[in-house]
Design a protein around this ligand. Structure first.
Ligand code: NAI
Length: 415
């Protein structure tokens, strides 16, 4: 039996379980949510309301999400005296699926990012962002409809581990001495140092997840993005290990770009997935020039971070791109923007990213009909020119609607 410090289990609802590696979702799953800070409080509650309406519409009352509020950020600090209480981690681990708003990370005061803590505590090693365009959303490129990417960013390793030491500190001096004495490598005496960590285990599990995703979602091309030409033993190994998983664990359904050309004359046979790789800098150019040649991208943490925001810009920016942080089974769906303190509390934030993240959550639950109901309604609302200020100001002759009015329109457009 799960035990909480302050949370109370809902009186209704059933826990999602895992059987033989599969999610077993009841008709009334208990799903923890975190409002977060700033506009999180607005967009998450609106997203929940819209998801509830979509579920009702799709299943006529037989299905229902039973929400359990958990806390991170400002509200958590008030209630528990800390930004990320154990209750929140325990609840998400116990119920497997969560919906999360953005959380402010105070810049000073030595706070660790709540988001990083959550990802590490729950081992959410895959950050997954589908990047597709919704007609009517203003974008900086001419053919946004050709963009249909899913970015898998490794979430736990690389230069993000916090393994860095300031210039002239004792650890930096000791590491500098070690490098010089043992490896004959010279670093400048006034250099800060950081450690880039990329493991076989970490790489293989993100690649495995990407291939499994491709199988479920009928995706045909997986591209490993890396800078292995320069960083041979970290990024280069990322590439090698990625190919290894494809060959050793999915050899019957994957083939390389070379095999595709040599054996199949460039035409992908039914049921196969082609695995290739691109150097990071070239890939940044490719997503702008030839996005339609790409499908799933798998990248180490730092590159994945840059690339997912750059790709989101292609289809209209952070306000309309959804995301999820996932482990083997635990999945936390979240809007990818921050707390937007400049517009918080003004009822003008765009709730689309939070709603679209919720749609991904419905898909993960296997509630495809509800996911489609909500998605069609969001799409229709945007196509009808009913958009929030962030998008309206980029469109000619469109007056913006408020966050709540946008939500009302979405609900009215459900059929
Ligand atoms: P931000 O995403 O909050 O804001 C950047 C700009 O985009 C602002 O002008 C904002 O008004 C606008 N914007 C963002 N979301 C919007 C929406 N839904 N509708 C309309 N406009 C929107 O990024 P910033 O300013 O760098 O970060 C603010 C705070 O958020 C920081 O404390 C940061 O740590 C936190 N943050 C949290 C994240 C998370 O919890 N996953 C992710 C990114 C930032």
């Amino acid at each position: 039996m799960v035990e909480f410090d302050k949370l109370e289990l809902p009186k209704e609802g059933t826990r999602i379980t895992i059987e033989n590696g599969e999610l077993l979702v009841p008709h009334d799953p208990i799903i923890p949510f975190i409002e977060g800070d700033g506009i999180g409080r607005e967009v998450i509650n609106i997203a929940r309301h819209i998801l509830d309406e979509g579920v009702k519409k799709a299943y006529g009352g037989t299905h229902q999400i039973v929400w359990l509020e958990t806390y991170a950020g400002g509200k958590a600090k008030e209630l528990y005296g800390k930004l990320l209480p154990d209750d929140t981690i325990t609840a998400i681990a116990h119920f497997f699926v969560g919906l999360k708003g953005p959380v402010r990370t105070p810049v000073s005061g030595g706070y660790r990012s709540v988001n990083v803590q959550l990802r590490q505590s729950l081992d959410l090693y895959a950050n997954i962002r589908p990047i597709f365009h919704i007609e009517g959303v203003p974008t900086p490129i001419v053919h946004p409809e050709t963009v249909d990417l899913v970015i898998f960013r490794e979430n736990t390793e690389d230069l993000y581990g916090g393994l860095e030491w300031p210039a002239k500190s004792e650890p930096a001096k000791q590491i500098g001495n070690f490098l010089f004495q043992q490896l004959k490598v010279e670093t400048r005496i006034d250099a800060s140092l950081g450690l880039k960590v990329i493991s076989e285990y970490g790489t293989k599990r993100i690649m495995r997840k990407a291939i499994q995703y491709a199988l479920i979602h009928d995706r045909k091309r997986i591209t490993l993005v890396h800078k292995g030409n320069i960083m041979k033993f970290t990024e280069g190994a990322f590439r090698e290990w990625g190919y290894e998983v494809a060959k050793e664990e999915f050899g019957d359904i994957t083939l390389t770009e070379k095999e595709l050309e040599e054996k199949y004359n460039g035409t992908l046979p039914a049921g196969k997935i082609v695995v290739n790789d691109r150097i990071t800098d070239a890939m940044f150019q490719e997503i702008l020039l030839r996005p339609k040649n790409y499908d799933i991208l798998v990248a180490p943490n730092l590159t994945g971070d840059y690339m997912s925001d750059a790709a989101a810009a292609l289809i209209g920016g952070l306000g309309v791109a959804p995301g999820v942080n996932m482990g083997d089974h635990i999945a936390v769906f979240e809007a990818i923007h921050g707390t937007a303190p400049d517009i918080a509390g003004k009822n003008i934030a765009n709730p689309s990213s939070a709603i679209l993240s919720g749609i991904l959550m419905l898909e993960y639950l296997g509630w495809q009909k509800a996911a489609s109901t909500v998605f069609q309604a969001v799409r229709k609302t945007i196509q009808n020119g009913k958009v929030t200020a962030d998008l309206a100001r980029l469109l000619k002759g469109i007056t913006s609607v408020s966050t709540t009015e946008f939500a009302d329109r979405v609900i009215a457009n459900m059929n």
